[in-house]
Design a protein around this ligand. Sequence first.
Ligand code: ZN
Length: 551
Amino acid sequence: MNKRKKIFFLYLMPILFLTSSLTSFASPEKKPLTVAESSNFTATSRYAEVIEFIRELQQQSSLIRVETLCQSTEGRAVPLVILGQPVPSSPQELRHDKRGAIYIQANIHAGEVEGKEASLMLARDILLDEKPPFLDKLIILIAPILNADGNEKISPENRPTQVGPEKGVGVRHNGQNLDLNRDSMKLESPELQGLVRNVLMRWDPLLLVDCHTTNGVYHEEPVTYSWPLNSNGDTAIIEYMRESMLPSISTHLKDKYSTLSIPYGIFMDVSNPEKGWRTFAPQPRFVTNYTGLRNRLAILNENYSYADYKTRVFGCYHFLLSILDYCYARLDEIADLVAAADRKTIQRGVRPSEKDAFAVEFEMKALKEPVTIHGWEMKVFPREGRWPRVEKTDVKRIFTLPYYADFLPKRTVKFPYAYLLPDPIPEIKEKLLQHGIVLERLTQAVELEVESFQIKEIKAADRLYQGHRLNSVKGEYILEQKKFPEGTVFIGTAQPLGALAACLLEPESDDGLLVWNFFDRYLVTQWRETLQTYPVCKLLKPVNIPKEIRR
Ligand SMILES: [Zn+2]
């Protein structure tokens, strides 16, 4: 050993060893930063950065588990993060556990990115807290990057009117060019199939939160929100969320986190804003409306696209915290509400009465309470055949407006005891099973009085929409005696998803499988012009029939 080497081993190496061991023991590991934070709010994370962030959390905490929500079209494993103390290895562990699951979903539209950043920050801040909050009562599920394929098409040219991040955001559609927030009924994307199978059916969260960014009405509030809107779902859930839960969360968000929020909406008429503030459509193709039809709570979070990116990320972060604060304080109340909704749905299906109507048309009405919007005076420039261009002035204005967010039944049809599918069309069966609806098969032939729908007119839309030409139908219901062979598919409505089954199968449902072209092949025979009867029959009154669930 030469002299230099000797000095190194005798003197320097112990010092190096000591300092390195000191650093690893003395300072705790650094909390990982999201891309939003580390870029000083000029960028949003790529898929690989989200995965890396989750791995860092796993290295620092034992309270996290990762599952795969789905495999995207372009081959990315979409992560579902589960936080719990202890973190359950499967939902079966929760069967005798009082904890409730809350699910937060972000980036369904990959140009709307603050939910992705905020939900990752939230996971980190819960997990790496000295006393991790919420987890003695809540299991928190987070899908930070639902639309991973859309996310990877980041460009500053996407959503140009949105204020940041300047390095760009992803695109709205997924790898199949589909809008995932229109896919809840047809379930054609791996993302929505994964959501239903691996989140809603597997973990059965009490509440789903879906994070978005608005498309541009001027107001000061950085956070907007909605509840499920479809009144074919449990109206007690809608009323609870609208009248009690969300107003309380909004107040809490303002008092505790100094963040303003309003119910989601746009002006009915920008040239005449006094007419009112209106929400979006009640159809269950939207994830939050769909979740309501499954008797679970759902919050649409739309962050204000003209607030700067940092404000939006923190607005969303604090909104999510406020939601968790509420759920933590009121877990039993929420669990009771959900259980009651399931019970009521089952009871309704056991013996449907005249009152149990199914709405096929809705009328949008104003709620009893007006909304207050902190806006500005606007300049409106009409455009031929397009939305007018709107410029905000510097003059602030507070609008107190009727809020059109109540969808009351305008035309209804009878709600049945069961639907019968005598020709067991495989793709219809498959679709119903994907939703988690329980199907039975008749084990012997039977003759029954049923209501059939005779289609008189069917029109496909001129415009292509989500890869479909949506059908609208006219027809009449006829009562008839009909023979059903052994093997007929029986879909009873006495099940927790009874309302969803009706929305999928009712011939005049405004978002059902007939609308989405699933029955097209079965409506006209090859050589004839005449339309066939809709292949699903309605059994209106309870009848005992031998049948079985075959798996
Ligand atoms: Zn969106």
